[in-house]
Design a protein around this ligand. Sequence first.
Ligand code: S3P
Length: 184
Amino acid sequence: MLRLVNTTGKRARNLILIGFMGTGKTTVGMRVAKSLGWRFVDTDRLIVRKAGKPIPRIFEESGEESFRDLETEVLRKCAEGAGQVISTGGGIVTRERNREILKEAGYVIWLKASPETIYERVKNNRNRPLLKTGDPQQTIREMLEARHDLYDAACDLRIRTDDLTMEETCYGVTESARLAFAEK
Ligand code: S3P
């Protein structure tokens, strides 16, 4: 198990994955947590559990703002813990408060991918209400563009995943965590 001390001498708290929909945050987070012997948490799953309904229904019945409120609440709760790999929803960086919580909560890795890669990964999935538009490819391009600087500001490390297999991404994230949380 990885010791919870980082190179700044501060007690390391959590490893956090951010990035656009379809960049593999959940799959990678689960596998990395297993390798590190840390607990895995996923903000989307916690929101679904809290709301008692799937994400598309939260959006349909209560709207995006209400989803974002739940997201902030769940993130704040996760941030109180330590020794966790936390996978987040792709829009978590859109609120300034969330970006502050992320910074406080631990070491943040941004899983990056091009709009083309993202489209290939999400095109058959119906669980993402924000991509149910007439032209999902264009929507992805616009949302990525709008969020780029927010992801950039919120992260400590960027990993471009386009040409990586899931195993390679997991390896990159795990080894980066080992360095970030290594004892002096
Ligand atoms: C969202 C991303 C989704 C989910 C919700 C909103 C977004 O999470 O939180 O549909 O705004 O990008 P994933 O990134 O896990 O798909």
